[in-house]
Design a protein around this ligand. Sequence first.
Ligand SMILES: [Zn+2]
Ligand SMILES: [Zn+2]
Length: 240
Amino acid sequence: MEFSIERLQKPVKFIINLIFPVYCLICKKQLSYQTNTYLCDACKQKLTLINGKVCNKCGRPFINGICGICREKQFCFSKARASGIYDGSVRKCIHLLKYKKKTYLLNTLFEVFLLPSSLDFLSCDLIVPVPLHWIREYSRGFNQAELIGKKISKRFNIPLSKTSLKRTRATPSQTGLSLKERTKNIKGAFSVRNSQKLNGKRILLVDDVMTTGATVNECSRVLLQAGAREILVYTLARGV
Ligand SMILES: [Zn+2]
Ligand SMILES: [Zn+2]
Protein backbone atom coordinates (compact mmCIF):
# COMPACT_ATOMS: atom_id res chain seq x y z
CA MET A 1 0.00 0.00 0.00
CA GLU A 2 1.24 3.45 -0.85
CA PHE A 3 2.28 5.63 2.08
CA SER A 4 0.17 8.72 2.48
CA ILE A 5 0.46 11.41 5.12
CA GLU A 6 -3.32 12.08 4.87
CA ARG A 7 -4.00 8.49 5.89
CA LEU A 8 -1.91 9.02 9.00
CA GLN A 9 -3.29 12.42 9.95
CA LYS A 10 -6.65 11.24 11.27
CA PRO A 11 -5.46 8.59 13.77
CA VAL A 12 -2.52 10.78 14.86
CA LYS A 13 -4.88 13.70 15.52
CA PHE A 14 -7.24 11.37 17.39
CA ILE A 15 -4.43 10.21 19.70
CA ILE A 16 -3.10 13.72 20.26
CA ASN A 17 -6.63 14.91 21.14
CA LEU A 18 -7.01 12.01 23.58
CA ILE A 19 -3.87 13.02 25.43
CA PHE A 20 -4.45 16.77 25.14
CA PRO A 21 -8.20 17.38 25.10
CA VAL A 22 -9.38 20.42 23.14
CA TYR A 23 -11.86 22.82 24.75
CA CYS A 24 -14.14 25.37 23.12
CA LEU A 25 -12.35 28.71 23.36
CA ILE A 26 -15.55 30.52 24.30
CA CYS A 27 -17.60 28.25 26.61
CA LYS A 28 -14.76 25.85 27.64
CA LYS A 29 -16.83 22.77 26.81
CA GLN A 30 -14.66 19.80 25.87
CA LEU A 31 -14.76 19.12 22.14
CA SER A 32 -15.00 15.74 20.44
CA TYR A 33 -11.79 13.82 19.84
CA GLN A 34 -12.21 14.17 16.10
CA THR A 35 -12.40 17.94 16.29
CA ASN A 36 -10.62 20.03 13.77
CA THR A 37 -11.81 23.29 15.21
CA TYR A 38 -11.70 25.38 18.38
CA LEU A 39 -15.35 26.28 18.93
CA CYS A 40 -18.23 23.99 19.87
CA ASP A 41 -21.21 23.82 17.50
CA ALA A 42 -23.39 25.93 19.82
CA CYS A 43 -20.81 28.75 19.94
CA LYS A 44 -20.28 28.54 16.18
CA GLN A 45 -24.01 29.04 15.72
CA LYS A 46 -23.89 32.16 17.88
CA LEU A 47 -21.52 33.91 15.48
CA THR A 48 -23.64 36.62 13.88
CA LEU A 49 -23.17 36.53 10.15
CA ILE A 50 -24.03 39.31 7.73
CA ASN A 51 -26.09 37.58 5.09
CA GLY A 52 -29.03 39.91 4.52
CA LYS A 53 -29.32 43.24 2.71
CA VAL A 54 -26.51 45.74 3.32
CA CYS A 55 -25.66 49.32 2.42
CA ASN A 56 -24.26 49.22 -1.14
CA LYS A 57 -21.30 51.30 -0.08
CA CYS A 58 -20.18 50.44 3.46
CA GLY A 59 -21.74 47.00 3.92
CA ARG A 60 -23.63 47.64 7.17
CA PRO A 61 -26.95 45.82 7.40
CA PHE A 62 -29.35 48.20 5.67
CA ILE A 63 -32.58 47.56 3.84
CA ASN A 64 -32.47 49.81 0.83
CA GLY A 65 -29.57 51.34 -1.11
CA ILE A 66 -27.04 53.64 0.55
CA CYS A 67 -27.13 54.29 4.32
CA GLY A 68 -27.33 57.77 5.90
CA ILE A 69 -23.66 57.77 6.97
CA CYS A 70 -22.44 57.02 3.44
CA ARG A 71 -24.69 59.71 2.02
CA GLU A 72 -23.16 62.23 4.38
CA LYS A 73 -19.54 61.06 4.28
CA GLN A 74 -17.87 60.50 0.92
CA PHE A 75 -15.75 57.43 1.61
CA CYS A 76 -12.78 56.99 -0.73
CA PHE A 77 -13.21 53.23 -1.16
CA SER A 78 -15.81 52.01 -3.66
CA LYS A 79 -17.24 49.23 -1.56
CA ALA A 80 -16.71 47.69 1.88
CA ARG A 81 -18.03 44.32 2.98
CA ALA A 82 -17.70 42.22 6.14
CA SER A 83 -18.62 38.65 7.02
CA GLY A 84 -19.86 39.09 10.59
CA ILE A 85 -21.28 41.58 13.07
CA TYR A 86 -18.72 42.75 15.63
CA ASP A 87 -20.52 41.84 18.82
CA GLY A 88 -21.07 38.83 21.10
CA SER A 89 -19.17 35.73 20.01
CA VAL A 90 -17.59 37.38 16.98
CA ARG A 91 -16.10 40.07 19.19
CA LYS A 92 -14.87 37.42 21.64
CA CYS A 93 -13.21 35.46 18.85
CA ILE A 94 -11.46 38.53 17.44
CA HIS A 95 -10.25 39.50 20.93
CA LEU A 96 -8.90 35.99 21.52
CA LEU A 97 -7.19 36.13 18.16
CA LYS A 98 -5.61 39.54 18.68
CA TYR A 99 -4.88 39.77 22.37
CA LYS A 100 -4.48 36.09 23.35
CA LYS A 101 -2.64 35.13 20.17
CA LYS A 102 -5.20 32.44 19.24
CA THR A 103 -4.45 32.99 15.57
CA TYR A 104 -5.57 29.44 14.67
CA LEU A 105 -9.15 30.64 15.40
CA LEU A 106 -9.04 32.24 11.96
CA ASN A 107 -9.47 28.80 10.36
CA THR A 108 -12.63 28.23 12.39
CA LEU A 109 -13.98 31.70 11.57
CA PHE A 110 -13.37 31.20 7.86
CA GLU A 111 -15.18 27.85 8.07
CA VAL A 112 -18.30 29.61 9.36
CA PHE A 113 -18.05 33.00 7.64
CA LEU A 114 -19.09 33.51 4.05
CA LEU A 115 -16.93 35.69 1.86
CA PRO A 116 -19.31 38.29 0.39
CA SER A 117 -19.59 37.52 -3.33
CA SER A 118 -20.59 41.13 -4.05
CA LEU A 119 -16.99 42.09 -3.37
CA ASP A 120 -15.87 40.27 -6.53
CA PHE A 121 -12.56 39.09 -5.06
CA LEU A 122 -11.38 37.62 -8.37
CA SER A 123 -11.34 41.07 -9.98
CA CYS A 124 -8.74 42.36 -7.48
CA ASP A 125 -5.10 42.70 -8.53
CA LEU A 126 -3.50 43.05 -5.13
CA ILE A 127 -4.30 42.53 -1.45
CA VAL A 128 -3.04 45.15 0.99
CA PRO A 129 -3.53 44.53 4.72
CA VAL A 130 -4.08 47.56 6.96
CA PRO A 131 -0.67 47.87 8.64
CA LEU A 132 0.02 48.13 12.35
CA HIS A 133 2.68 50.46 13.65
CA TRP A 134 5.89 48.39 13.80
CA ILE A 135 6.12 48.70 17.60
CA ARG A 136 2.62 47.27 18.00
CA GLU A 137 3.27 44.50 15.47
CA TYR A 138 6.52 43.64 17.23
CA SER A 139 4.87 43.41 20.65
CA ARG A 140 1.89 41.41 19.31
CA GLY A 141 4.07 39.18 17.17
CA PHE A 142 1.81 39.40 14.11
CA ASN A 143 -0.55 41.66 12.21
CA GLN A 144 -4.03 40.11 12.22
CA ALA A 145 -4.97 41.99 9.01
CA GLU A 146 -2.05 40.31 7.26
CA LEU A 147 -3.14 36.85 8.48
CA ILE A 148 -6.65 37.48 7.10
CA GLY A 149 -5.18 38.83 3.85
CA LYS A 150 -3.04 35.71 3.45
CA LYS A 151 -6.09 33.46 3.70
CA ILE A 152 -7.85 35.38 0.93
CA SER A 153 -4.68 35.56 -1.11
CA LYS A 154 -4.38 31.78 -0.98
CA ARG A 155 -8.04 31.11 -1.68
CA PHE A 156 -8.32 33.40 -4.72
CA ASN A 157 -4.70 33.34 -5.82
CA ILE A 158 -4.26 37.13 -5.55
CA PRO A 159 -0.82 38.49 -4.62
CA LEU A 160 -0.48 40.23 -1.23
CA SER A 161 1.80 43.14 -0.51
CA LYS A 162 2.64 43.87 3.09
CA THR A 163 5.23 46.50 2.28
CA SER A 164 3.22 48.87 0.08
CA LEU A 165 1.40 50.57 2.91
CA LYS A 166 3.09 51.59 6.11
CA ARG A 167 1.78 53.01 9.38
CA THR A 168 4.16 55.85 10.05
CA ARG A 169 2.51 57.17 13.18
CA ALA A 170 1.28 55.22 16.19
CA THR A 171 -2.23 56.45 16.88
CA PRO A 172 -4.07 56.48 20.19
CA SER A 173 -6.92 53.97 20.53
CA GLN A 174 -9.96 54.78 18.39
CA THR A 175 -12.36 53.19 20.87
CA GLY A 176 -15.22 55.45 21.87
CA LEU A 177 -14.46 58.15 19.31
CA SER A 178 -16.94 59.43 16.76
CA LEU A 179 -16.31 59.17 13.01
CA LYS A 180 -15.21 62.81 12.94
CA GLU A 181 -12.79 62.33 15.85
CA ARG A 182 -11.47 59.08 14.38
CA THR A 183 -10.90 60.71 11.01
CA LYS A 184 -8.84 63.44 12.69
CA ASN A 185 -6.99 60.90 14.87
CA ILE A 186 -5.94 58.73 11.93
CA LYS A 187 -5.16 61.46 9.38
CA GLY A 188 -1.58 61.21 8.11
CA ALA A 189 -0.91 57.93 9.95
CA PHE A 190 -0.18 55.97 6.74
CA SER A 191 2.22 56.33 3.87
CA VAL A 192 2.92 54.40 0.70
CA ARG A 193 6.10 52.67 -0.36
CA ASN A 194 6.72 51.21 -3.84
CA SER A 195 3.92 53.22 -5.41
CA GLN A 196 4.76 51.69 -8.85
CA LYS A 197 3.41 48.41 -7.45
CA LEU A 198 0.03 50.06 -6.84
CA ASN A 199 -0.26 52.01 -10.05
CA GLY A 200 -3.53 51.31 -11.88
CA LYS A 201 -4.34 48.39 -9.57
CA ARG A 202 -7.68 47.40 -8.12
CA ILE A 203 -6.78 46.84 -4.49
CA LEU A 204 -8.46 44.74 -1.85
CA LEU A 205 -7.76 46.42 1.48
CA VAL A 206 -8.12 43.98 4.38
CA ASP A 207 -8.59 44.47 8.12
CA ASP A 208 -10.07 42.57 11.08
CA VAL A 209 -12.80 45.04 12.08
CA MET A 210 -14.40 48.08 10.51
CA THR A 211 -16.21 50.34 12.95
CA THR A 212 -16.78 53.85 11.62
CA GLY A 213 -14.63 53.23 8.55
CA ALA A 214 -12.17 56.04 9.40
CA THR A 215 -9.09 53.78 9.27
CA VAL A 216 -9.88 51.98 6.00
CA ASN A 217 -10.95 55.30 4.50
CA GLU A 218 -7.63 56.95 5.34
CA CYS A 219 -5.74 53.94 3.90
CA SER A 220 -7.89 54.13 0.76
CA ARG A 221 -7.21 57.84 0.38
CA VAL A 222 -3.44 57.32 0.56
CA LEU A 223 -3.51 54.33 -1.83
CA LEU A 224 -5.59 56.21 -4.41
CA GLN A 225 -3.30 59.20 -4.14
CA ALA A 226 -0.39 56.87 -4.91
CA GLY A 227 -2.05 55.80 -8.17
CA ALA A 228 -4.30 52.85 -7.27
CA ARG A 229 -7.32 52.61 -9.58
CA GLU A 230 -9.92 51.44 -7.07
CA ILE A 231 -10.16 50.25 -3.46
CA LEU A 232 -12.43 47.50 -2.20
CA VAL A 233 -12.46 46.75 1.51
CA TYR A 234 -12.94 43.43 3.26
CA THR A 235 -13.06 43.06 7.03
CA LEU A 236 -13.85 39.96 9.08
CA ALA A 237 -16.43 41.89 11.05
CA ARG A 238 -18.02 45.28 11.33
CA GLY A 239 -19.69 47.29 14.03
CA VAL A 240 -23.22 48.49 13.42
ZN1 LIG B 1 -18.64 26.71 23.03
ZN1 LIG C 1 -23.23 52.86 4.32
